[in-house]
Design a protein around this ligand. Sequence first.
Ligand code: DGY
Length: 319
Amino acid sequence: MKVFISGNIAPVGLKELEANNILVTQWKENRQISPEELIEACQGQDALISVGPNKINAGFLKACNHLKVIALHSVGYDNVDIAAAKALNIPIGNTPGVLSAATADTAFLLMLAVSRKAFYTHKKIIKGEWKNYEPSPELGIEVNGKTLGIFGLGKIGLEMARKCIGAYNMSVIYHNRSHNEEAEQVIGARYVSFEELLAQSDVLSIHTALTPETKDKFTLGVFKQMKPNSIFINTARGGIHNEKDLIKALKEKIIWGAGLDVTNPEPMDKNNPLLAMENVAVLPHIGSATEETRAAMAQIIVKNIVAGLKEEKLPFEVK
Ligand code: DGY
C-alpha cells in the first residue's frame, strides 16, 4: 500500500508506516504543495496524509476518488469538504485530544506575552534601544484574578481555563452553541451569552472551529463591545477575526492588546502593522508544535491510515 505525505510528520510516524509495510512518498520542497501538484502526487497512491492548509475540496476529492483514506495532520478540518468526502466514501481522519495541552500553552504564552508587551520590548533590545533602566517604560497589565472568557469551550479551551485558574485564579466564563457540562462542573466555568462574554472578559480567548457561523465573527462592531483594557487571543483560525478590524480596534484603543497564533492570510506579511504594535504578539501557527505533541499526532495519523487502508472504521474520524 502507498501513502503520499504532503509535508513533514514526526519520525515515529514514518517508522510506524514502514513497520506496516506502507510505502511513503513525501513532499520535500520548502513550500506548500499547490492544489494541482497535490492532485498529481496522489495519483497511484492509496492514501494521503495532508500536512498544512491543503484544500481538500470537491474538485480535489473528485480527482482523487481512488484514495481509501485521508488523514489530516491537524484537529481542524475547516479546509475539507466533509460532505463531498462522505459522498465519495473517503473517510477523513484528524488528531483530536493530543494537541489540546500544547495549543492551550500557546494561548497562555500569548496572553502573558501581550500583557507584558514581551515581544515588543524584546525587539527593542535587538534594535539597540535598551539604553538605561526606566521605571515606567511601556507598562504591561496583570491578569491575576481577572476574568477569562472562552469562545468555544471544548478540549483546548478547557486546558487554557485550567492553566489560567491554576496560575492566576482567574474566573472563567464561556460562550458555546451548547453548554459544556464538564467544564461547568469541574472548573466552575459559567455559561454566558455572546454579548456578556464580550462585555465581561478581561482576556477573551478563541478556541472554536472555523465554520460558516464563526467566520469573520470578530469585527469592529464586536471589538467595540469588549472592555478597553481587554486582551484578544486567537489560537484557533485566523478567519474567525477580521484582521483589518482588529488592527483598527488596537490602533484606536478599543481593546488593549492581541495575541495571535493564527492570521488571515497565513503566512502573515512581514510588513503587517500588527507586528510593530506594542501590545501585540504574533506567532507563526505553532499551536501544537512540540516534539511530544507532534509525535502523538503522527501516531494517531498512522492509526487512521492503517485502519483506512484495511477499510476499517478510523479510530479518529471526522463525522
Ligand atoms: C490544528 O491541529 O488544527 C492546527 O491548528 C494545525 O492546523
